[in-house]
Design a protein around this ligand. Structure first.
Ligand SMILES: Nc1ncnc2c1ncn2[C@@H]1O[C@H](COP(=O)(O)OP(=O)(O)OP(=O)(O)O)[C@@H](O)[C@H]1O
Length: 729
């Protein structure tokens, strides 16, 4: 304080005694950036200058004078490719067009039949007989406690136990014998034919081979029998990359993506290839993206299709723009994937990104299996046919719920529309099937993760795989998430179980727990007893296990990810899915002496870390994502702002189902945990298009001009240019 001036007078005048300006500390978020630090950056300036010069010369050319009024964003296309839907539109549009992301391509005979990979468990009997058999006979008992040696029944029973506990907690009555009553009704139901004139939703099937070599979107799905008509039907995007199972080469899949895009632009927007150079593109990519996927798409758009310039945005970031928030944990539940990421002031926090290998398709499939257990009245159901898939998708959208209060033995109806036959109206009785199906996201034991990745080849070329390895090593989120699994007592029912210790044998690829030395990060062992009391006043309003049998703490001193092999999600059946090396000793056998080779996965880990993490139950994964953002403060911050989007967010009761389960996990683990809050999408905004809308907001902003990269930039800088312009890494 300056001498001679009483403190009171200083306060009164409120004047500073110096004009020296103390500069603010640099923002730590940007300190890692190399932006404007290397010579290569000057290319932006040069390319921008070139573009401006080109613009000026056009402006003086009278024949190319710009139109007086152009709506902002009308020359910007926003493209959000999904595994089921392609969302596309001009940034100036209010909503995008949603087109099924599918293509039918003429094929030289023999045409391969439509591929359908079962992603969820099925009863043994179904597997033996083929897909569309009914299982329950009138009088059969199908309920909790069923004495059956079929692992499928055991899995369903476990989900039912969880449901019953929740219903008991909410004091809801369980209807005994409901499956039986429903089975008898469904078995006897005879459909009623709807005359064509009375069916406003009748489908105009394509029954003879059309002239076009390719059909896209809805038109492709109208082929009565693609194989018979000489077409192969394929969905080029799967999960957060390309569908490599159904394509033999990367070029084929890219060619299909390009064909779909140009067909949609031409048919819906009348934008022809020769005018692509006038349009800029905002491309929405997954948060946990595959570099090679992004690389290929960008090259296709800038070089092959020749769009003017491009900007890439990650889904969760776009979602926060769409919702008008700057911080939150974004949970995007799509058809094949559920992705989670926390966004902090307009930046995706790397270590919080998670991608679960499950979504709406699993709910659809599981619903169909459950329906067949109660004698689904439409006997010919075959999910490989697109019109039968639509029947179950429609039932799912109308019937499925996550609100326990909605569980009742209800009567529903549905219509089957098949080529060459009149539409048929069926009646259906169902009980808890409508809630068990979506519960598979929280109890993924019925999902066959191993089966899903069978037949898929890595899209990346070898050198790009190395980049992914590097990426995982740099951002070991998933490794960390798995390695810290043992700290988590799960919400009811147990989503994580200890892996049978007998499997942790030398040569099995799994390590025997070592607890000889105390570890600093070791978690306290949990008691194995169940406690189904309520958690707290409001948030903890579900029964839960407050205690769980956790294995001995197994944290490697160096924090490596091999230790967590002692815990996996799922049930014992998942053990089959582990990378057990041939020749490993089984329980009670003498282990072989010679060390078996360790399977090597990306990042040098003995397990496929991303794959294992992709099996986590939804609530556990969200908690882990928030935890990966930092300490308890971050968990409180992100769990009080969970933004749920994507098609599955439309399931009634989803918000409460997430809230209650997350609260049950967080309350005992996080001191002073507040109430978990699920942020609804803005009023009247469909959660399926929120990401697109957010990206469109960006496409209309003036500031976005700093984010564009041109074909020249791409040519010189490639992915590096993209990262520096669009991601702020
Ligand atoms: N009302 C509804 N109730 C339940 N599920 C729904 C509803 N509407 C859509 N879905 C499901 O949402 C899923 C599609 O979600 P979305 O449109 O976000 O997919 P996508 O972006 O193509 O998928 P992905 O994110 O996996 O690439 C489908 O499984 C669909 O059945």
């Amino acid at each position: 304080m300056p001498r001679g001036i009483p403190k009171a007078r200083q306060d009164e005048s409120a004047m500073r005694f110096t004009s020296f300006h103390v500069p603010l500390l640099p923002n730590p978020k940007h300190m890692g950036s190399t932006y404007i630090k290397s010579d290569s950056q000057t290319l932006w300036a040069r390319n921008t200058a070139k573009a401006i010069a080109a613009g000026k010369s056009r402006a003086v050319a009278p024949e190319e004078a710009a139109p007086a009024e152009v709506r902002r964003g009308s020359k910007v296309l926003v493209i959000h490719p999904g595994s089921r839907w392609l969302r596309i539109g001009r940034a100036s549009d209010v909503t995008p067009i949603s087109v099924p992301n599918v293509i039918a391509r003429k094929y030289k005979p023999p045409v391969p039949p439509a591929s359908f990979v079962e992603g969820v468990s099925r009863p043994h009997k179904d597997r033996e007989r083929g897909q569309s058999s009914t299982v329950t006979q009138p009088g059969d008992e199908y309920s909790v406690g069923l004495a059956s040696d079929d692992p499928f029944d055991a899995k369903v029973a476990a989900i039912q136990i969880s449901l019953r506990d929740r219903m008991r907690f909410y004091k809801l009555r369980v209807t005994t014998n409901a499956p039986n009553t429903a089975s008898i009704f469904n078995e006897q139901f005879k459909p009623e034919a709807i005359p064509e004139v009375n069916d406003p939703f009748r489908v105009d099937w394509i029954t003879s081979p059309p002239d076009e070599d390719t059909l896209v979107g809805d038109k492709a799905l109208r082929l009565s029998d693609p194989t018979e008509l000489g077409y192969v039907l394929r969905w080029p995007i799967y999960g957060r990359s390309f569908n490599t199972r159904d394509y033999t080469s990367n070029q084929q899949v890219l060619s299909d993506v390009e064909t779909i895009l140009s067909a949609v632009l031409s048919e819906k927007y009348d934008i022809q290839p020769k005018t692509y150079k006038e349009y800029s593109v905002v491309l929405v990519i997954p948060d946990f993206y595959d570099r090679n996927y992004v690389q290929s798409l960008v090259r296709m758009l800038l070089v092959t299709m020749n769009f003017k310039q491009l900007c890439v945005q990650q889904e969760s970031l776009a979602a926060t723009y769409g919702a008008g928030i700057s911080n939150g944990c974004v949970v995007d539940m799509g058809a094949t994937t559920t992705s989670i990421a926390c966004v902090d002031d307009g930046l995706v926090i790397h270590d919080t990104r998670m991608s679960l290998n499950m979504g709406g398709n699993d709910i659809t499939e599981f619903l169909s299996v459950l329906m067949q257990k109660i004698n689904f009245p439409y006997k010919d159901l075959n999910l490989a046919r697109s019109y039968d898939w639509t029947v179950i998708e429609d039932l799912k959208a109308r019937l499925c719920t996550l609100a326990e209060g909605d569980v009742a033995l209800n009567l529903y109806d549905f219509v089957v529309r098949r080529p060459g036959k009149p539409a048929e109206k069926y009646g259906l009785r169902a009980y808890d099937e409508v809630i068990l199906a979506p519960m598979c996201l929280f109890e993924p034991r019925v999902i066959e993760f191993e089966q899903k990745r069978r037949g898929q080849r890595p899209y990346s070329s070898p050198d790009v795989t190395d980049e992914i390895v590097e990426q995982i090593a740099d951002h070991p989120t998933q490794a960390m998430i798995i390695s810290t699994q043992h700290l988590l007592p799960p919400a009811l029912p147990t989503p994580i179980v200890a892996l049978d210790a007998s499997l942790a044998t030398p040569g099995s690829g799994l390590q025997t727990p070592s607890v000889s030395e105390p570890q600093p990060d070791a978690a306290p062992a949990y008691d194995a007893e169940m406690d189904t009391t309520a958690v707290g006043d409001n948030g903890g309003d579900v029964p839960r296990k407050t205690a769980l049998s956790a294995p001995p703490p197994v944290v490697n001193g160096d924090g490596s990810a091999d230790a967590p092999m002692e815990i996996v999600d799922g049930d014992d059946a998942d053990v089959e899915n582990k990378p057990v090396v041939e020749g490993a000793a089984g329980p009670g056998q003498v282990p072989q002496q010679q060390p078996a080779p360790q399977p090597r996965y990306p990042g040098g880990f003995p397990i496929d870390v991303c794959f294992e993490a992709s099996k986590l139950p939804l609530d556990v994964a969200i908690f882990n994502s928030a935890r990966a953002a930092g300490g308890d403060d971050k968990i409180r911050k992100y769990l009080t702002a969970v933004l749920v989007i994507g098609g599955c967010a439309l399931i009634p009761g989803m918000a409460h189902a997430l809230e209650s389960r997350l609260q049950a996990i967080a309350t005992p683990l996080v001191p002073n945990m507040e109430k978990v809050v699920i942020i609804p999408p803005p009023k009247d905004v469909d959660p399926r298009v929120l990401v697109w809308k957010g990206a469109a907001v960006l496409g209309k902003m003036d500031g976005v001009s700093d984010l564009w990269i041109t074909a020249q930039d791409w040519d010189v800088l490639g992915m590096r240019g993209l990262k520096e312009k669009c991601f702020y890494l």
